[in-house]
Design a protein around this ligand. Structure first.
Ligand code: V47
Ligand code: SF4
Length: 374
C-alpha cells in the first residue's frame, strides 16, 4: 500500500471529518491506490450511514425519446422522423403508472428527450395526469436540462415553472443532465445543452421551493481528473448553501451505439475509485448511490465498500443505459436487492424517494421514520 506523506495528511483530515480541498481530490485521483481509497471512503460512509444500505421500489418512465439535442454520449435519443422515435400516449403513460402502483412502487422516475414539436403543456400533463390517478406515487421528474428547455419553450422563468409543476404533483428532481460541468468538456459532449450555471441555478431554485434533488456526474469518456474534481467541488458549494441534495450518483459512460463508441467503457477499478473519491469530496451529501443498472451488479455490490450506501431500486423499463449497451437485467426484485446488500455485510433498508423508511407487506406499504442522518 502506498504511504506517502500527502496521503497521510489526507487520511488525518478524513479521520478528523475535515473537508478535503480541490488539490486533495486531485491528489487522490492521481496517486492514491484503491485499498486506501476504499478504506477512507468507508470511514465517511459509515460515519454518515452506519451499516445501512438503502434501496427503493421504483419504475422508470421515458415518455419520449425524440430529442432536439445530439449529445455525443447518448444512445437513447431519436430524430423527429426516425423509426426509433416514440411519444407515449396518455393511455400508455397511465398504464405504466398503474403497473408501477400495482407492483407496490413508491416512485416513478420520469425523464426523456426534448421533443421538437411537443408543447410545454404536454410535459406538464404527464405529471398532472399521473398524480391525479396515482397520488401515492412519488414523481421524481425531469432533469435540469428539461426544465431549461421548458423555460425556452415558454419564455417563463424556471422558478415559476418548477412551482407550477410542484402544484401539479412533482415530488423531486432527478440528478441527470449534469454530465461534466467544466466548459472544456461540456462544449464537446453536449454543446447546446444548459450550461453548468443554469443546471446549478435550477437545482438551487428547486431547493428553495422545498423540492429535494439528486446530482450526477458522467465519467469515463473524454474528461480528465481535474474536470471531475471541479464538478464535485461545484456541487459541494451549492449544497453548502441549500442543503437540498439527497444523493450523488456517479454515472459510468456506456459507449455502445453512441458517437463515442470507439472508447472503452470505464473499468471496475475506475468505477470504485470514482465512487470513493466522490464520497470523500462530497462531505455534505447524505448519500452516494451505486446505480446497479449502470455499474453492473458485481461492481455495484463492491461499491458498498467504497463509499456507496444506496443501490437505487428495482428499476424496470430502463432505456438510457440499455440503448447504450448495458447488459444489466431490466429489473431486480426486492429479494435480490436485499440479498446483494446482505452478502456485502450491510443491512438493507427500503426507503422512499425522500429517505423515509418504508414498511412493506408485499405490495402494500407505508412510510415511517426519517432515515437521513447527515
Ligand atoms: O443525464 C446518457 C446519462 C443521465 C449515457 O436521480 C449516460 O436518482 C452513461 O441521471 N452512458 C440520466 N450515461 C440518468 C440519471 C439518473 C440515473 C439513475 C438515478 C438518478 C437519480 C438519475 O444518464 C443523463 C446522462 O448523464 N447518460 N447516456 C450513456 N451512454
Ligand atoms: Fe437529448 Fe438528453 Fe440524450 Fe442529450 S442526453 S441527446 S438532451 S435525450
Amino acid at each position: 500500500m502506498r504511504q506517502d506523506s500527502r496521503i497521510h495528511e489526507i487520511r488525518e483530515k478524513v479521520l478528523a471529518a475535515e473537508r478535503l480541498s480541490f488539490d486533495d481530490g486531485l491528489y487522490l485521483e492521481e496517486h492514491a491506490d484503491l485499498f486506501t481509497l476504499g478504506e477512507l471512503a468507508n470511514i465517511v460512509r459509515e460515519r454518515k450511514n452506519g451499516n445501512y444500505t438503502y434501496y427503493n421500489v421504483n419504475t422508470h418512465l421515458n415518455p419520449t425519446n425524440v430529442c432536439v439535442y445530439r449529445c455525443i454520449f447518448c444512445a437513447f435519443r431519436a430524430d423527429l422522423k426516425s423509426p426509433k422515435g416514440y411519444v407515449m400516449s396518455d393511455a400508455e403513460i397511465l398504464e405504466r403508472a398503474a403497473q408501477a402502483e400495482a407492483r407496490g412502487a413508491t416512485e416513478l422516475h420520469i425523464v426523456g428527450g426534448l421533443h421538437h414539436q411537443l408543447p410545454y403543456e404536454w410535459y406538464l400533463n404527464v405529471v398532472r395526469l399521473i398524480h391525479q390517478a396515482h397520488p401515492r406515487l412519488h414523481l421524481k421528474a425531469y432533469t435540469a436540462v428539461e426544465w431549461y428547455w421548458f423555460s425556452k419553450l415558454t419564455g417563463r422563468p424556471t422558478r415559476d415553472i418548477l412551482a407550477e409543476f410542484k402544484e401539479a404533483g412533482l415530488g423531486s428532481l432527478p440528478g441527470g443532465g449534469a454530465e461534466i460541468f467544466h466548459p472544456e468538456i461540456r462544449e464537446i459532449i453536449c454543446e447546446h445543452k444548459s450550461d453548468a450555471d443554469a443546471w446549478l441555478r435550477i437545482h438551487r431554485e428547486a431547493h428553495e421551493l422545498g423540492l429535494r434533488s439528486n446530482a450526477t456526474m458522467l465519467y469515463g469518456h473524454i474528461e480528465k481528473p481535474v474536470h471531475r474534481i471541479d464538478h464535485l467541488c461545484r456541487l459541494r458549494e451549492l449544497q453548502d448553501i441549500t442543503g437540498g441534495f439527497q444523493t450523488f450518483i456517479p454515472l459510468a459512460f456506456h459507449p455502445d451505439n453512441t458517437k463515442l463508441s470507439h472508447l472503452q467503457k470505464p473499468s471496475s477499478l475506475m468505477d470504485l475509485k470514482i465512487m470513493a473519491i466522490s464520497r470523500m469530496m462530497l462531505d455534505n451529501f447524505p448519500h452516494i448511490k451505486a446505480y446497479w443498472v449502470m455499474l453492473g451488479i458485481p461492481t455495484a455490490q463492491l461499491a458498498l465498500s467504497y463509499g456507496a450506501d444506496d443501490l437505487d431500486g428495482t428499476v424496470v423499463h430502463e432505456k438510457i443505459y440499455h440503448d447504450a449497451g448495458s447488459d444489466s437485467p431490466q429489473e431486480l426484485t426486492v429479494a435480490q436487492l436485499r440479498r446483494l446488500i446482505e452478502e456485502a455485510g450491510r443491512i438493507p433498508v427500503e426507503r422512499d424517494t425522500l429517505y423515509r423508511e418504508v414498511v412493506r407487506k408485499d405490495t402494500a406499504w407505508q412510510t415511517g421514520k426519517e432515515l437521513t442522518v447527515a
